[in-house]
Design a protein around this ligand. Structure first.
Ligand SMILES: [Zn+2]
Length: 131
């Protein structure tokens, strides 16, 4: 199922929750006053990890995060968790996700020099016969 997005009403609720009495918007992750900096309404639990997607998203499901201070790092972290959850699910259901193929580069160039022949040494005696 596709990702659920917050409705405008819910987004407004979240923005109001993150707003100080002075009207400044703060990051709900770290408390930074964002001023004119970009922010995102973040799914507190990444939506790809939600099992029940029929329920409507509410203001409790989202957080206002500053784009640079909290949202980008969390998104990177969530992507790892989502990939892991997908692998676990595949293992549980008994199939493997296709393994990433090994990168194949160009082979080493063939040398134009003739191959060096090694001369065989005479066999060495480990023990000497005593007279
Ligand atoms: Zn933050």
């Amino acid at each position: 199922m596709s990702r659920r997005e917050f409705t405008k009403t819910v987004k407004a609720q979240i923005v109001k929750r993150a707003m100080l009495a002075s009207g400044e918007i703060t990051c709900e992750g770290c408390g930074l006053i964002l001023g004119k900096k970009a922010y995102e309404i973040d799914h507190t639990v990444a939506d790809a990890l939600q099992v029940d997607k029929n329920a409507k998203l509410t203001a409790d499901d989202g957080k206002l995060l500053g784009l640079d201070c909290c949202h980008k790092p969390k998104t990177a972290d969530d992507k790892g968790k989502i990939a892991k959850a997908k692998r676990n699910e595949a293992n549980h259901l008994g199939f493997k996700t296709a393994p990433a193929k090994k990168l194949r580069g160009a082979p080493f160039p063939k040398s134009s020099k003739p191959k060096h022949e090694r001369q065989a040494l005479p066999p060495r005696q480990l023990y000497e016969a005593k007279p």
